[in-house]
Design a protein around this ligand. Structure first.
Ligand code: MG
Length: 399
């Protein structure tokens, strides 16, 4: 934002004692481009919620796992107690059973031939952090060396494999989306050392066999980008090409037993907000979703206006019309603006001067509503106030 804009904002904010302290500090109404058919918020909208505070964690080192961010859901923290969040990956019709994997030196380790493990918790779109280490004692080749897998929702595998010095088919490489896309690079540490994997997962969203969103995986391996918003086209798998089809909303995180004692530590995730395609209400929305969201914002702004009085209330109500041109509020703003302009007209020049800033803020609101086609640009109270500004010469000494 340019400096002069900041000054204008500060000036306007000081005029509006009605606004909450939070709103005063986050910008001014009637400022950037208005909401439109696909965007419920205006540009630089001061009503738009502030991002929530998250205390960041610390990065891991080769010998020490880092700490997760404050809002992370911990799936494994190196303790035997956190292994209780996992269970054996039994078939749907079989009884649930505890995991047979073991906790050793702060890691959960695959016991070969004991079967996959899965989280008891189910979740969908997420930021996922996993650290894994292949056995230091190198055995086997290609897919037989340090193989495991991180199965998002139990369906999409981000490959775990010791490929430090071990060629294999590219779409089965470590950090590949198995069977779908090779990693962009081989950024692995040597076997025995931990690999830090950070994943951003968006599940596929289908309507029958129609793809509404193919789903995406972005993956960093040891801080190196290895999957760049890779479209999923479905779950992927061994020897099978993915086909679009039903995909659940949630599932457990699974770790693969591929017969190698791979170790895992420091596993956590953060759920991601819904995309617009699955009912999210921010960003570029459908026309229907935008209308609904704009109505909701307008209702909130009107509720805030109800706590105010006088000009401050009129300005806040005018603001609500930017989101929803609701008839009763529209009439209220018109009536108030009409009487406001008539009153200013009757004042002496010195009395008007005392209200200069307020008058200009009202004009600004009416001009914005004109630009947004809520009020005609020829709206009487607006032209009355604009002519007063000219008559007083307030338009000639802008700084
Ligand atoms: Mg695997």
């Amino acid at each position: 934002m340019k400096l002069h804009s900041a000054c204008v904002l500060l000036g306007l904010a000081s005029l509006l004692p009605s606004l909450s302290p939070a709103a005063q500090s986050t910008g001014s109404p009637f400022y950037g481009d208005a909401p439109d058919r696909h965007h419920p918020w205006s540009i630089h909208d001061h009503n738009r919620p502030q991002p929530k505070r998250v205390e960041p964690g610390t990065f891991s080192s080769a010998t020490q796992p880092g700490t997760p961010p404050s809002d992370a859901i911990i799936l494994f923290d190196g303790t035997a107690a956190s292994l209780e969040k996992w269970e054996a990956d039994t078939k749907a019709d079989a009884p649930r059973a505890p995991s047979k994997w073991i906790v050793k030196d702060g890691a959960m380790e695959c016991v070969p031939k004991s079967g996959y493990v899965r989280t008891k918790e189910q979740f969908g779109d997420c930021q996922l952090h996993v650290e894994w280490a292949a056995p230091k004692n190198v055995q086997g080749n290609s897919q037989g060396r340090g193989n495991s897998g991180i199965f998002l929702m139990g369906l999409v595998e981000v490959q775990v494999l010791d490929n430090y010095n071990n060629p294999t088919y590219a779409d089965g490489f470590a950090a590949s989306v198995y069977g779908i896309n090779p990693p962009l690079a081989n950024a692995l540490h040597a076997p025995g050392e931990y690999q830090m994997i950070d994943i951003i997962f968006r599940r596929p969203v289908y309507e029958g066999t129609k793809v509404l969103d193919p789903g995406y995986l972005t993956v960093f391996c040891n801080g190196v980008l290895v999957q760049d918003h890779t479209p999923l086209e479905g779950p992927g798998g061994h020897q099978k090409r993915s086909v679009a089809g039903p995909f659940p909303a949630q599932g457990p995180l699974k770790l693969q037993d591929h017969g190698n004692p791979v170790r895992f530590r420091n596993i956590w995730y953060r759920p991601l907000p819904a995309r617009s395609v699955e009912g999210g209400t921010d960003g570029f929305l459908t026309a229907e979703a935008t209308t609904l969201k704009r109505k909701a914002i307008a209702a909130t702004v009107r509720a805030d206006a109800a706590k105010l009085s006088g000009t401050a209330q009129m300005l806040r109500l005018a603001e609500s019309l930017v989101y929803e041109d609701e008839a009763a509020t529209h009439a209220q703003v018109e009536t108030f603006a009409t009487s406001y302009a008539a009153n200013i007209k009757t004042l002496t020049s010195s009395a008007r001067a005392a209200k200069k800033n307020e008058v200009q803020s009202v004009i600004r609101a009416l001009q914005y509503l004109g630009k947004s086609a809520v009020l005609p640009t020829t709206f009487g109270p607006r032209t009355t106030l604009e002519s007063i500004v000219k008559a007083e010469g307030w338009d000639k000494n802008k700084k």
